[in-house]
Design a protein around this ligand. Structure first.
Ligand SMILES: *Cc1c(COP(=O)(O)O)cnc(C)c1O
Length: 428
């Protein structure tokens, strides 16, 4: 695969053989886009060819990924091709006939972050690096730890010491060396960056490493491919959708935003597909932020590209970021697709968890439920039409943060092991 990098701030182009992370002119803010030769991709593959693949993972899109030989370098762990559920009951509750949930909690380490870590680990193998490091609120680290275990590569991972227990357990069990930082995610990020420069470790830090967004874009490929398969994209029922030759883009995608790398990845995937002519419209991207961690929302609202740091506080730890590391692209993603940013309160986020579980049987961690809370708000504000095709990204599994779920789950009933006690309990 031939490609080059382009600075998102000045447009300067770089050769990936000589530039590893960011635009040298802009330091750590000079996030790089990966630019492809779409004519070559179109000559090598097609939507039909991909949809005939029996590789039900992100590697079915290898021809659209920045790797030399994915078959060789991909870590052997099944990432991606997560279910896209037509959530009819939940949709009907909101008056929407085409609401879909993309359950990315179904990835091997139970979050969307596996998509990024899979591509970064594959690239690390191609580069022949010895050790990978990252900072994380928890999920990016868990994903790196899992994918690196699959590739038998050592990792050192920096997380805030307050990260949910389940996420720390994942890091440790996969064998990472875990640095529990006495500080927040942003401090962990800066320490990890300094360490990678000091010790020469390969750094996966979100957005700083240009391949995270390239892994994350695979979710858009899946959404557009799966929407073209009716009625449900399982191997047994696969058929072409109405248009026959291409894939189908939804009208809107709701996704929660912390660093802004997922929304930037979704946008990149859609731009790849539009450039190839495989979709015929650009979905509106709807970025949902926690009220207490809303730097992208603020920038979007102000109509600028200037990111002002906040003091992030939210129950949704995965989207808690003082400085969104991919903020400029995340604001552009919403602005250029004609979408919107919305904020939701912690109460709204927590309330969304049991609704998703009870009405659509998807158990989400707070950051995933935030996207749905944002959809509820958008419907209330009249921002969406009832016949639009809407995809809501559920980015992480609820078992990641049982403590938050228990705040809104209700209570079980303690009883003696007798029918008499059960009869009594059932009356209350
Ligand atoms: C990382 C994460 C997000 C937000 O992604 P950003 O790239 O930081 O905007 C949302 N939900 C979950 C579960 C995550 O782990």
């Amino acid at each position: 695969m031939t490609y080059h990098f382009k600075c998102t701030l000045c447009g300067e182009e770089y050769d990936p053989h000589t530039t590893r992370y960011v635009c040298p002119k802009h330091g750590d803010d000079g996030i790089l886009d990966t630019i492809y030769d779409y004519k070559r991709i179109a000559a090598a593959t097609s939507p039909q060819k991909i949809s005939n693949s029996r590789d039900y993972s992100i590697w079915r899109y290898a021809d659209l990924l920045p790797l030399n030989d994915a078959a060789e370098s991909a870590p052997p762990l099944a990432v991606g091709w997560t279910p896209l559920y037509h959530a009819k009951t939940l949709g009907a509750d909101l008056g929407l006939s085409h609401l879909y949930l993309k359950d990315d909690g179904r990835n091997p380490t139970a979050s969307f972050k596996d998509r990024a870590s899979a591509v970064v680990v594959a690239k690390a193998r191609e580069l022949g690096v010895e050790l990978i490091t990252t900072a994380s609120t928890g999920n990016a680290g868990a994903a790196l730890a899992g994918l690196a275990a699959a590739a038998q590569m050592p990792t050192i991972i920096f997380v805030p010491e307050t990260a949910p227990q389940a996420k720390i357990a994942q890091l440790l069990i996969f064998g990472s060396r875990v640095m529990l930082v006495k500080g927040n995610y942003d401090q962990a990020f800066d320490l990890c960056l300094a360490a990678s420069k000091e010790f020469g470790w390969y750094c996966r830090n979100t957005a700083y490493n240009p391949y995270t967004v390239e892994g994350k874009k695979t979710a858009s490929f899946e959404i557009c491919e799966q929407l073209a398969l009716t009625p449900f994209p399982s191997p047994a029922t696969r058929e072409w959708g109405a248009r026959g030759e291409g894939w189908r883009a939804p009208d809107r995608i709701f996704v929660s935003v912390g660093d802004g790398n997922i929304i930037s990845g979704l946008w990149k995937g859609l731009r790849d597909l539009a450039a190839l002519g495989w979709i015929d419209k650009m979905p509106k991207l709807m970025g949902i932020q926690a009220e207490g961690s809303a730097a992208c929302y603020n920038t979007w609202k102000a109509g600028t590209e200037k990111i002002t740091p906040v003091n992030a506080v939210t129950v949704a730890d995965s989207i808690s970021a003082d400085i969104p590391r991919d903020g400029v692209r995340a604001v552009r993603a919403v602005r250029e697709t004609g979408g919107a940013y919305l904020t939701v309160t912690d109460d709204e986020i927590l309330a969304a968890i049991p609704v998703l579980a009870r009405r659509a049987a998807v158990f989400s961690e707070p950051a995933g439920a935030a996207a749905y809370a944002g959809l509820v708000k958008a419907v209330k504000q009249g921002l969406v039409k009832s016949d639009e095709t809407i995809v809501c990204m559920i980015t992480g599994n609820g078992l990641k943060d049982v403590k938050s779920a228990m705040q809104v789950a209700g209570e079980g009933i303690h009883i003696e092991p007798t029918l008499e006690a059960l009869r009594k309990a059932m009356k209350t």
